[in-house]
Design a protein around this ligand. Structure first.
Ligand SMILES: [Zn+2]
Length: 281
């Protein structure tokens, strides 16, 4: 299995025969509005360009997977690109109806989507009212018989749901957002600094941190994160790829056999409308 970090939460996941483009935000620099609402600098997003090898990687994609519809995960150029390639788009039942309205071939991912075993793990994008307003997000555990297992957490804080999923599924690779996003008010919208360290300690093998240095409300830098994981003695588990960097993972021999569970997904109402307004996609 290979994971290539492209930018922010956008990765190319090569697993079995699949080349899955996850959360494509393809906008050129400074073409999206700032996300930070209070305190600190609000600036246009994204503030980094796609890496030089992005086009080459995009050409190889066989399908797309999205965790949620926020514009730093699926933007207008992302939607247009998926349509132009006629690729199927895997998503949770929460996002499928709206994505179909956009003319996308959105398919709800189930436990047996082809030769991948999948479990959708609910993610919680913040605390209290802000977390509720951010709307539901899907995390995904993906297993292929010949590959390491991977858990893409999606934008989430460290909930008991996330912790128990790690404990039960023992994913060999966890991909998690490390930007500690904050609108400038209230608690973080994703793993806090302390939660990132706790997550690294909980990881059965490796954790890949991304969602860094691309969006104005994510203040964590790669260098600060490296320092933090060194100080907490968890550097061995942690990978912090640069944009364009490809990570390779081998199947471990003690990979556990697990039974997947289906969890209830909340039905979004007002939040989905709000997200659509905010995203403008
Ligand atoms: Zn995000």
């Amino acid at each position: 299995m290979n994971i290539t970090q492209i930018r922010n939460a956008t990765i190319l996941l090569e697993i079995g025969e699949h080349r899955i483009l996850v959360d494509p935000m393809l906008s050129p620099p400074s073409s999206l509005a700032g996300f930070r609402l209070f305190r600190g600098e609000r600036r246009k997003n994204p503030f980094t360009a796609l890496p030089n090898n992005a086009d080459e990687l995009f050409k190889t994609a066989t399908e797309v997977l999205i965790t949620h519809e926020h514009p730093d995960h699926l933007d207008k150029p992302g939607v247009e690109w998926i349509k132009s390639r006629g690729l199927k788009l895997w998503c949770s039942s929460i996002d499928a109806p709206n994505l179909r309205r956009k003319g996308l071939d959105a398919r709800i991912i189930t436990q047996d989507s082809g030769d991948l075993s999948v479990e959708v793990i609910p993610a919680t994008h913040g605390h209290g009212m802000i977390g509720w307003l951010m709307g539901p997000v899907a995390g995904y555990y993906l297993a292929h018989p010949d590959e390491p297992t991977v858990y893409i957490t999606g934008d989430t804080v460290l909930t008991n749901t996330v912790k128990s999923a790690i404990e039960r599924l023992r994913p060999q690779v966890i991909v998690a957002p490390a930007g500690t996003a904050n609108f400038g008010i209230g608690k973080d919208l994703m793993f806090s600094e302390a939660e990132l360290i706790e997550l690294a300690k909980l990881a059965p093998a490796k954790v890949v941190f991304n969602h860094l240095e691309a969006i104005d409300h994510c203040l964590m830098s790669r260098s600060k994160l490296r320092q933090m994981v060194n100080d907490a003695s968890v550097a061995e588990q942690v990978l912090i790829p640069e944009d364009g960097e490809r990570l390779q993972f081998e199947l471990s021999t003690d990979s556990p056999q697990v039974t997947l569970q289906t969890s209830e997904q909340t039905t979004p109402g007002f939040q989905k409308w709000l997200t659509a307004k905010f995203a403008g996609t």
